[in-house]
Each structure stands twice: as C-alpha cells, then as structure tokens.
Write a protein that binds this ligand. Sequence first.
Ligand SMILES: [Zn+2]
Length: 260
Amino acid sequence: MESPPPFSSPRRRNGLGTGRILQTTFSVAIVLATLFTCITPSFFSLFDLRQLLARIQNSEVVVDSQAVPTSQRMVRIGIVAGHWGNDSGSVCDNGTTEVEVNLSIASLVQQKLTAQGFQVDLLQEFDPRLDGYQAAVLLSIHNDSCADYGTEATGFKVAAAVGSRDQNLTARLVACLYDRYQRVTGLPFHTGSITLDMTEYHAFDEIGPNTSAAIIETGFLNMDFEILTQRPDLIADGIVAGILCYVNVESVEATPPLNP
Ligand SMILES: [Zn+2]
C-alpha cells in the first residue's frame, strides 16, 4: 500500500498505570473524533466511533504513551483462509482448488498487515481459535465457483453477519471492503447473489460478540481465474486496503444495497 498506517512498531506492555492508559485513550479519541466529524459528518456518529475505539483497544497491547506516540499500538486481525484444514472448496477442471487460491491470498494479506505492525492470525476454516475470538476484525476469504455461468460470473461479494451485535460497525466494515477492494482490483461487485452461506457464515456465531466480522468472495474461479491466480498480490492489496479503511477510521461512502 502506498501510505503507511499509523499502527506500526508494536511495543510490549511495560507496566504503565491506569492514568496513562486513559490519557492514551482520550488523546486518540480526540484526534480521531475530530478527523471523523470533519470527514464524514453524516454517515457514522461519534457513538459508533467510541465503540470502534473501545473494540480496537480491547485487542491491543497497550503502550506507554510517554515513551512512544499514541499511534504505535498493536491491533489484532484474524484472517480465515476459506476451507483450509477442512475441504478443497470448488475444484476446477485444471485441478486448481478454491482452498489453494484462498490460502495464497490469505497468506499475502497476513504478510502485508504484519509488515505494517498488526498482529495477524491466519486461521483455518474451523479453527478452534474462532471460539470466542477477539479482534478488531475477522475476515474470511473465499472464492466463487469454477462452473461456467457465462459472462455474468465475474466480480466479488462481501457480506457481514445478519445478526451482528453492532450493525453500524459491521456496515462500516462492509462499506470499506466494498469500496477499497473494487478500487484496487478493478473487479465489479457481483450483485444479487449473496447467499445464506455468507450472511449466516458459521464463524459469525463462534467469535466474540465485539469482533467485527465479514466474509468476502474475492472473485469467480471461472471468469476471474487469471487475476485470482496470477495476481494474488493485487487481490491481497484490495483486501488490506479495505481492512485499513476500517481500523484507521478512514472516510468511506455508505454502501449501496448489495443484494437488491
Ligand atoms: Zn468457499
């Protein structure tokens, strides 16, 4: 990604007092609240921002605010490589499996976010760590069928849990992924085909209630085979940009209805 995020150079907890933690929290809240109200006055309220900050800080290692800038904090992010450790997912005629494409992309996303200072867990489809999982974001990466559905079968889909505790935050996560992934990869959004497999994805019921979660189908293994398998770096960049948009509270437009 072109611009370094504010979360870098993670440090370990070093026995600071409650006052410093509060000071850190308060300072970050003021800065982000100011930015937030300047950029997106209508889409998300300050109440949403406070919840997002609290959630991000729940998953971080707190640092001494007098020793390092308040932005140098470690934020946990979970990436599920769809079907990994369980089954192959879709299988193409040429032998390519969905799971290998998912794992290739998910591994790149992990590397890119780790390089920017995030604490990233690469998770299997039914990873035991998903039970009660606490993080700023959990994103599951899948791909759509190899079957030949004609020229309609191109593009990505993204969905969040229907029954998530905080609909504003999950809507913001989806908006960030929708906007940034589309911009970076050039792939269109595939409308009208979000299934219950996505909105009722099993991990949504397993993770901690304060973890914002979504699932993305990064493309169709038929029409989009080339970009998915030959340019996984670009696909991963699109996902990373979406996650950074969310955790850095970047400005983003509200997502249009995704499944009309
Ligand atoms: Zn899948």
